[in-house]
Design a protein around this ligand. Structure first.
Ligand code: PNW
Length: 461
């Protein structure tokens, strides 16, 4: 039996736009995802999440799913445009009431809420009126929205995540245009990333100054990163892998833990990378009480300096690589999910080790890990053996990391249930519960049953 620390947090994660539906109910304003999904050609099969998983109308049922599983925590996100329909100005009381009810329902079942303030669904008005995250004013509006949430929910919410995956917002939203708002640019990702970091720092400063003492909660940021393994042991490829990790995770974690962007980004990007003021640096350093990590896959990295410039498009799961002169490849022997993402548990372990070393042994929480498969519902059952294997092997890697000294505090599976997978719509299923989108019915998959056992034993057999 491989046991986890006794207070290890076992949870499941979701995000507002992916599950809620009720896109225009009870005063909610439209978000950039409500608009983006309506543009022909942006989403697989022309889908959108106007109804989504209908979670907005099923919170009791969905909390009951988690309670039955014995989960200790639930990570969800707040739709900014439910709280502020136009992103700023008047608060919408029905929006506050909805999340308040969800939080109470969770607490009633001893499930700890972990709340993400921004999981990509920017109020549309802020995009149209202010150019969204390109505008240096956005951090002010985000901080104000955050303050409203701390004031309304902070008596009961003790775990806050400011932003989910600023890398995805920057690269996929403004680099290759795969995600809302769908812009394609070489330079905007770095400008947007800068405003996201400023927004995070401001929200944390408000929490610390006005709420943390009385509410006694924690606040942090969640970044996503895949592992990058040197393709050969040549010094060039080793440097390429390190550079790829610094461009991926260091971009957003270095400012928070070390006070500035990685030196290699400064060197490679020059003026294209904005500068922090001294004051911003001070707000940023130490602005995360835990290291939130979303981790999905691994690729090999090789030096590509001599090669031709690759076009602006995601290379596998890697994002823009031309600025880094890194070539990413996968081992054809690796098993892949229906996203095409390779399943490489040892990559998870190495990434945890890398974080531990680079950021001086921070408490880490895996806020997302999981895989999409072509699940089929047969007689009310889903036998997702591959996902069971995925969970066992990745959790095994987590356990190894803990044994070698990494301070890993929790694990949230992505996702509680199948949901709207952004540009891929409902064609990808990440859930440990199967959702029948015709009837709205949820069914536990074998992976949910396996996780129940792991949580009950607090370990792996
Ligand atoms: C994350 N990439 O997104 C998000 O936090 C979830 O909302 C999403 O459903 C989940 O992972 C699965 O995709 C990512 O290209 C999207 O590297 C794309 C990438 C990484 C994470």
């Amino acid at each position: 039996m491989r046991s986890f620390p006794t207070d290890f947090v076992w949870g499941a994660a979701t995000a507002s736009y992916q599950i809620e539906g009720a896109w225009n109910e009870d005063g909610k304003g439209p978000s950039i995802w409500d608009a983006f999904t309506k543009i022909p050609g942006k989403i697989a099969e022309g889908q959108h999440a106007d109804v989504g998983c209908d979670h907005y109308h099923r919170i009791e049922e969905d909390v009951a799913l988690m309670a039955r599983m014995g989960l200790k925590a639930y990570r969800f996100s707040i739709a900014w445009s439910r709280i502020y329909p136009t992103g700023r100005g008047e608060v919408n009381p029905a929006g506050i009431a909805f999340y308040s009810r969800l939080i109470d329902e969770l607490l009633k079942h001893d499930i700890t809420p972990w709340v993400t303030l921004y999981h990509w669904d920017l109020p549309l008005a802020l995009q149209l009126e202010l150019d969204g995250w390109l505008n240096p004013e956005l951090p002010e509006h985000f901080a104000e929205y955050a303050r409203t949430c701390f004031a309304a929910f902070g008596d009961r919410v003790k775990h806050w995540i400011t932003l989910n995956e600023p890398w995805v917002v920057s690269i996929l939203g403004f680099g290759n245009g795969m995600m809302a708002p769908g812009r394609i640019s070489q330079d905007e990702p770095y400008l947007v990333g800068h405003q996201l970091l400023r927004a995070h720092a401001k929200a944390v400063a408000i929490y610390r100054q006005e709420f943390q003492t009385s509410q006694a909660g924690q606040i942090g940021i969640t970044n996503n990163c895949d592992w990058r393994e040197p393709k050969t042991d040549s010094p060039e490829d080793q440097a390429a892998a390190q550079r790829a990790l610094e461009f991926f995770l260091g971009w957003f974690a270095d400012p928070v833990y070390r006070g500035d962007y990685p030196a290699v980004m400064r060197e490679w990007l020059g003026d294209r990378l904005p500068q922090f003021t001294e004051e911003e640096r001070k707000l940023l350093v130490g602005s995360s009480d835990f290291f939130g990590l979303n981790h999905y896959t691994t690729m090999y990295a090789a030096d590509k300096r001599a090669g031709e410039i690759v076009k602006l498009s995601p290379t596998g799961n890697g994002g823009i690589s031309e600025d880094q002169d890194v070539e990413l490849t996968a081992d054809p022997a690796w098993q892949t999910s229906s996203m095409g993402w390779a399943m490489v548990p040892w990559g998870c372990r190495r990434l945890l080790q890398w974080i531990d070393e680079r950021y001086d042994h921070p408490p880490v929480v895996i806020t997302e890990n999981g895989c999409a498969l072509d699940d089929e519902l047969v007689d009310g059952q889903v036998h997702d053996e591959m996902r069971v294997e995925f969970l066992n092997s990745y959790l095994g890697a987590c356990h190894d990391a803990i044994e070698s000294g990494v301070d890993l505090r929790g694990y949230f599976v992505w996702s509680l249930m199948d949901n709207f997978e952004w540009a891929l719509g409902f064609t990808k299923r990440f859930g440990i519960h199967y959702v029948d989108y015709e009837t709205g019915e949820r069914y536990p998959k074998d992976s949910a049953i396996a996780l129940v056992k792991i949580v009950a034993q607090n370990g792996l057999e």
